[in-house]
Write a protein that binds this ligand. Structure first.
Ligand code: ZN
Ligand code: ZN
Length: 201
């Protein structure tokens, strides 16, 4: 038995004794902003901290148990704000996922580090589909790592506000989606000495 901690007060903790149950969980912008901290396409927005527009999410889950496992299935819908990787304007990313997750005793996890699902690993012993398996202590499951992953894994490497975003002018920095400039392509530096020359005709 672990000493009684404040874990019961956490909003995303469900006790096995309450199962089976259907629960709806709401995730607010303060937590979403916290989870996305350190991600370049998020940090570049320079959003306030906490950011009331960081994003939010709703999980609708059926939770049930067998003698040693807890299962969660349902849906996760959310959205969050990042910067477009071309024009750096804020854009929304939407999440619509079906969840099927198994919580198993840490000792049964392919890697028996109880924090395997929440801490960065060196990659070798992490289960192939580590999104779907989380450890738990036999008494309560904490859904927060699951919800966090929905946001973190939904962020593409190079988010685009739209497929054909024109991005910023590399010379003057103007947003070419909403304005135009007269900048010309930079001259290949190898040809620059010739640029001012008029060829004799
Ligand atoms: Zn863009
Ligand atoms: Zn320009």
């Amino acid at each position: 038995m672990q000493p009684k901690k404040d874990v019961d007060a956490k909003p995303y903790v469900v006790r096995v004794l309450e199962l089976p149950t259907h629960r709806r969980f709401e995730i607010g912008p303060a937590l979403v902003g916290e989870w996305l901290k350190g991600m370049p396409m998020r940090d570049v927005l320079g959003a306030p901290d906490p950011d009331p527009d960081a994003g939010d999410g709703i999980a609708e889950l059926d939770l049930y148990a067998d003698p040693t496992h807890v299962f969660a299935s349902g849906t996760f819908d959310g959205k969050f704000r990042v910067a477009c990787s071309r024009c750096v304007e804020p854009m929304a990313i939407e999440i619509h996922e079906k969840l099927r997750v198994t919580f198993m005793p840490a000792s049964e996890m392919p890697d028996d580090d109880a924090d395997a699902a929440t801490e960065g690993e060196d990659g070798e012993e992490v289960p192939a589909d580590d999104l779907d398996v989380f450890p738990f202590d036999g008494e309560r499951v904490d859904l927060e790592p699951l919800f966090r992953e929905q946001f973190v894994l939904s962020l593409p490497y190079a988010p685009l506000c739209r497929e054909d975003c024109k991005g910023l002018c590399p010379q003057c920095g103007i947003d070419r989606n909403s304005a135009s400039c007269t900048c010309e392509k930079p001259i290949d530096p190898r040809l620059a000495p010739l640029a001012g020359l008029k060829l004799p005709s």
